[in-house]
Write a protein that binds this ligand. Structure first.
Ligand SMILES: *[C@@H]1O[C@H](CO)[C@@H](O)[C@H](O)[C@H]1NC(C)=O
Ligand SMILES: *[C@@H]1O[C@H](CO)[C@@H](O)[C@H](O)[C@H]1NC(C)=O
Length: 193
């Protein structure tokens, strides 16, 4: 058997076993250094794919086809934007469907779903509602705040969501055109300590 055929056969056999380095692109191989994986992936991407990856769209306009056709990198729920039913299962199914669209793209880059779980994952039926950050800040109890964050993270993951726009570390200041109270509840404190 010619050497080339032997090599081809070896590769075929190797590929029958999952996760063999020979069959994995560099960017997909978690054993490779991150910098190398990034370089490899970027070198493969078209301009359209880069634009899609840099775009975060609202869940209202997202579906399997949109994720796949436009290589969308991220989806968000803006305030109060939920699937038709707010059960855990409905959230899971929606996130899974969008993720399947992202994974069906040429390069199979997973999407990142983000949501305002600022005081609990409170658009999900049955999730724990915690006080707003300004109230938590008033407790002067950083350990309690940390545990609230951990509990919220767990409930987020139960719906398949890995990314929350919280905690928000900021100081609300008076600004022209915006009432002082607007957005105040998202911060842990109001003025200089
Ligand atoms: C996605 O692409 C498919 C195949 O070209 C097309 O049939 C479908 O209408 C497109 N959908 C969207 C939302 O772009
Ligand atoms: C959700 O509701 C909208 C508006 O009634 C409807 O167009 C859409 O098909 C529904 N989606 C699902 C997944 O049921």
């Amino acid at each position: 058997m010619a050497l080339r055929k032997v090599i081809a056969l070896c590769i075929t056999i190797a590929c029958l076993h999952d996760h063999v380095a020979l069959c994995t692109e560099i960017y997909e191989d978690s054993n490779q250094p991150v910098e190398l994986r990034v370089q490899d992936l970027l070198s493969r991407m078209t301009l359209d794919e880069k634009i899609g990856q840099m775009t975060q769209i609202e869940r209202y306009v997202a579906n399997f086809d949109v994720m796949k056709n436009f290589s969308i990198g991220s989806v968000l729920s803006s305030g109060g934007s939920t699937p038709n039913s707010s059960t855990t299962e409905a959230w899971q199914n929606m996130v899974d469907d969008l993720q399947a669209g992202a994974l069906a793209t040429r390069l199979g880059i997973p999407m990142l779903y983000g949501i305002d779980a600022i005081h609990g994952h409170n658009n999900v039926y049955g999730a724990t509602i915690f006080p707003h950050n300004i109230g938590l800040g008033c407790t002067r109890d950083p350990d309690l705040v940390r545990r609230v964050g951990a509990a919220t993270a767990l409930e987020l993951r139960a719906t398949g969501i890995p990314y929350t726009f919280a905690p928000c570390i900021a100081v609300r200041t008076k600004s022209k055109g915006a009432p002082l109270a607007y957005g105040m509840f998202r911060k842990f404190w109001q003025g200089p300590l």
